[in-house]
Structure formats: C-alpha cells, structure tokens
Design a protein around this ligand. Sequence first.
Ligand SMILES: C[S@@+](CC[C@H](N)C(=O)[O-])C[C@H]1O[C@@H](n2cnc3c(N)ncnc32)[C@H](O)[C@@H]1O
Length: 265
Amino acid sequence: MSSFDETFDPTTPADARIYDYIIGGKDHYGPDRGVAEGLQEGPWGDDPERRPAVENRRFLRRAVRFLLDAGIRQFVDIGCGLPTRTNVHDLAHEADPAARVVYVDHDHVVVNHYRALLSSSSTATVIKADARRPDEILDRLRAAPLVDLQRPLGVLMVGLLHLIADEDEPAEAVARFRDAVVPGSYLALSHLTGEGQDPVHVAQFVEMFQSAREPMVMRPRARIRTFFDGLDLVEPGMVDAPDWRPNRAYPPPSGWLVAGVARKN
Ligand SMILES: C[S@@+](CC[C@H](N)C(=O)[O-])C[C@H]1O[C@@H](n2cnc3c(N)ncnc32)[C@H](O)[C@@H]1O
C-alpha cells in the first residue's frame, strides 16, 4: 500500500480536485484541470450531462434521498470529495435536522474544507482517514460516536473503489463495513467500468491518471457486483448510474459508470 502524501501538493493532480473541476467546483489547480479537461473530451462526447462525474454526483443525491426515505438518519460518506453545492449533510438535514453525517477522505484539502464548513455543526463532521484501512475508520467512529453503529447506517462509497488498487483489497474494505453495521443498514456504491468500451479509449482514460496520486482501476461489471456480496441489492439492482431510480429523463447513460444500493438484511 503506497502512502498518501500528507503535504499539500498542487503540482500532482488529485482525484478530489479533478472531480471538483468537472462538476463545476472552484477548488482545483492547473495540473488537476489538465487531467479534467482531457477527460471532458472523453469518448462520452460533448454533452456535459453524459460525463461520468456528473452521472456520479446525481446518483449520489438520488441514493441519499432514497436512504432518507427508507428511514436512514445516519451516514458515513467514505471518499466524500470536496464540498460542493448539495452535500450529503444538506440533503440529510433537509429531511431531518437531527440526521448525522460523518465524512471521510484521505485528502487533507478535502478534510480542511469540510472542517471549515462544519466547524459549528453538532450533527456532521469529517475525519481524515484511508478507506484502505477500514478498521481504523470503524475504531474512530466508535470512539467519537456521532453515529451509532448499533443503529442502521447508510454507508456511501460513491466514486471511491475505482481509486483503490486490487492489491489494496477494496472488497475487504467493503466487507469490513458490511460486517460492522446492523441489519437495516445500506451500502450505496458507484464504480467506473471500461466494459463494452473501445479498449483504446479505456487505455487512454487510465493513462490520464498516471500522473495522479490515486490509481484509476476500471473493473468489469461482474467484478463490481461482487462488492455487494452478502447484501441485497434494491431495485433496479446494479445498473448504469443514470438508470438507478432516475427522478427525471436523463440523456442515455455514458456506460462508463455503474451504481447500486444494497441493504443488509
Ligand atoms: C470522485 S471523488 C468522489 C466524491 C463523492 N463521493 C461523490 O461521489 O461525489 C473520490 C474521492 O475519494 C477520495 N479517496 C480516494 N482514495 C481514497 C482512500 N483510499 N481513502 C479515502 N478517500 C479516498 C478522493 O480523495 C476523492 O475525494
């Protein structure tokens, strides 16, 4: 497991800032924009609505609303990314001002932004931790119980696992959370896939992340589905992200991002 650079380094593209640029945020630097602009000219065409990053953020919002409707009132958002216009705590507090949210990211720029944003909040917080060390995250959740692991929890791993190499055992990270939460808890997950795409485009996409701090690991759909093992996928199962319970008509999916929500029964 390579360690994540602890210092602030604007010269190395970071996924949090690349993603922030693509979804219209303001916290990015030249090298991040270089990667992001390459991705915007990607094989999904010019329509901004078909960018996987845009599909991803929309899925996140729909999934959180679904979990709120299902009665979930506490969330752990792992690989939360930089705060943007509508964040998980905004959605949760719209539904219930007492809902609890713990954000987790290994990027200290992300963590600093959330610290500033949540400095006066008693219902939402952020911790700097690495998803590749799930037990550390679980220990910290237990030590500072803003969320109660004895009650149903919404675990969000949205746009995260394709940034974790096979050797760092992403399935094990998911399984540790699955085993730690009580029945009635949910996992929402999205993941990039190159399956069915032109291999040249896939190679170009992965290549663009060569200079970035996190790897880009495209996985086939069947492999991504195994991250839900031991859980029951809710309808419509794991699908192209825009097809997951759309709340309006979307353009055809890019086909590069799959997503699903599953319940521990
Ligand atoms: C694409 S962003 C996703 C943001 C948000 N979850 C969303 O879906 O809109 C991925 C985030 O995961 C974070 N990340 C990547 N690898 C991580 C790891 N091993 N542990 C914790 N966070 C990680 C990055 O820093 C980045 O902020």
